[in-house]
Design a protein around this ligand. Structure first.
Ligand code: SF4
Length: 319
């Protein structure tokens, strides 16, 4: 068996930043620290932090008054921030800057009285957060069929935005339908589908046709990981989403000689290596790394966290 390891794969700059926020907050404040929603959509990341004393909540009301809350990489709506302020919570915002960019575009279009078509999955944390910026101005579409049902009062003032982790194929199809129905629709100044989603999908698009099976390491609720599975299957290569080595079904490998392994933006690299090791031991697999795009993106830690750390240092010095 030959394993082809796709590059880039795994953690993106937004996930690295969000994870570092929780690590630093645990160090700074000690357990428990509260995190609004899963910090990133990965079972193992959430379990590891839970063991260290992070408490993941789905409502701000679950956070004791006056405590610290970290917002996940997917962002939150203004209503969540308002509720947190009411409860005097210290807010650390680990929202990925590329999600914040979409929020800012929504705010700007809404101020200009545009109708905004938000392409995305209605129940995804990111879409819920973006919708909250301008609920009266935004209509969510999930498919080309949804576009046909859309009724927009003034088609001169309509713009679309997208979730950052969409399938490039699906988004292109939906945008084509939107342009057909609303020829004057405005596009975001720069694509909303983020660099990490684009690069991981591009790698699968290029490498999957050379392979007989694709394993995507990631969790079931990870949008960008699921899109990698679809990308491989749309190119005719069977693909499976696995959280870790224990989810690999060895019946999949009957008659299979070349396996592509990649990982969603929220999947830790040690889980990929664990699977590689299992395949090496069981099938004598060799490993080849293929680089499709180089990445060097890095996001700064949020100001709110840096301020808390400065205050902590100043207090320690004063002591
Ligand atoms: S997948 Fe993209 S939008 Fe999401 S955290 Fe990573 S870089 Fe940010």
């Amino acid at each position: 068996m030959k394993i082809i390891l796709a590059n880039p794969r795994g953690f993106c700059a937004g996930v690295n930043m969000a994870i570092e926020c929780v690590e630093r907050m645990l160090k700074l404040k000690g357990a428990p620290i509260y995190v609004y929603h899963e910090i990133v959509h990965n079972l193992h990341v959430v379990e590891r932090f839970t063991r260290q004393g992070a408490v993941f909540v789905n409502s701000i009301d679950e956070v004791p008054e006056g405590s610290t809350v970290v917002y996940s990489a997917h962002g939150v709506s203004p209503e969540v921030r308002r509720r947190a302020a009411e409860r005097r919570l210290i807010q650390v915002d680990a929202t990925c800057p590329l999600v914040t960019k979409v929020h800012n575009e929504a705010i700007r279009y809404a101020k200009q009285k545009f109708t905004i078509v938000l392409i995305g999955h209605a129940d995804h944390d990111e879409v819920v957060g973006t919708l909250g910026e301008a609920p009266d101005a935004i209509s969510i579409v999930e498919s080309a069929e949804d576009v046909h049902r859309l009724e927009i009062p003034d088609d001169h003032r309509v713009a679309y935005l997208t979730q950052t982790t969409l399938s490039l194929d699906d988004a292109a199809r939906i945008i084509a339908e939107l342009k057909k129905k609303f020829p004057r629709i405005q596009a975001p100044p720069k694509d909303d589908i983020c660099y990490a989603t684009t690069n991981r999908q591009a790698a699968v698009q290029k490498l999957a046709p050379d392979c007989e099976l694709v394993l995507v390491v990631g969790s079931q609720n990870s949008s960008n990981s699921k899109r990698l599975v679809e990308m491989a299957e749309n190119r005719g290569t069977p693909s499976y989403l696995v959280d870790d080595a224990s989810h690999v079904d060895h019946a999949w490998f009957n008659g299979i000689n070349v396996v592509l392994i990649t990982a969603g933006a929220s999947a830790p690299e040690d889980l990929v290596q664990e699977i590689v090791d299992v395949l090496k031991v069981r099938y004598g697999a060799t490993v080849e790394s293929r680089h499709v795009t180089e990445e060097d993106m890095h996001f700064e830690l949020p100001l709110s966290l840096r301020k808390l750390e400065e205050q902590h240092t100043a207090a320690a010095v004063a002591h």
